[in-house]
Design a protein around this ligand. Structure first.
Ligand code: GDP
Ligand code: MG
Length: 166
């Protein structure tokens, strides 16, 4: 099994921390290569029975000017072309405008989306369920996976679920 995956989410939710944990040094190697295509490969995770190709999605944020509009179109097209989208949120922060904007964009694509609730090491477990329910009321996520990219909690479970969707 092999597939393309995009990780989206507000700044500082932990996207790079997650990629570094699952791919490690390969990211740095990939990003040294000049990229001419619009879909930039961030890293490739090769397991014995599957391969996950992570694709960068620059510009998936609220546009401030015309160039932003163009970047937004590129980002939306990328989301249509990948096999799976990981929408990462920060469990220590509530729902915010940045998330609202991204969820509106997700409604224009048919690609399955996982809600990845990161930084669970930093919140009380009781806070997780209401947060997850809030997001689930806004979008029909194919799966919801709480993780700690920093400490590694549940990351293997997430990779297993990704594999099942490829
Ligand atoms: P990005 O902007 O989405 O790529 O976020 P980064 O990966 O750069 O992470 C932003 C900050 O959040 C950094 O200080 C990370 O160390 C921290 N961080 C990332 N994942 C976790 C996590 O699972 N738990 C905690 N407590 N902090 C995290
Ligand atoms: Mg980053």
């Amino acid at each position: 099994k092999s597939g393309f995956i995009s990780i989206i989410g507000r700044p500082n939710v932990g996207k790079s921390t997650f990629l570094n944990r699952v791919i490690g040094q390969k990211i740095a190697i990939m990003s040294d290569k000049p990229q001419t295509t619009r879909n930039k490969v961030q890293g490739v995770l090769t397991l014995n029975d599957s391969q996950m190709i992570f694709i960068d999605t620059p510009g998936i944020h609220k546009p401030k000017h015309k160039l932003g509009d163009f970047m937004m179109k590129v980002a939306t097209n990328t989301l249509k072309e990948v096999d799976l989208i990981l929408f990462m949120i920060n469990a220590t922060e509530g729902y915010g405008r940045g998330d609202e904007f991204i969820i509106e964009k997700l409604k224009n694509v048919s690609t399955p989306v996982f809600l990845v609730v990161n930084k669970i090491d930093a919140v009380h477990p009781d806070e997780l369920l209401p947060l997850i329910e809030r997001y689930q009321s806004l979008y029909p996520f194919a799966s919801v996976v709480p993780i700690s990219a920093l400490e590694g909690n549940n990351v293997e479970t997430l990779l297993d679920q990704i594999k099942e969707h490829l």
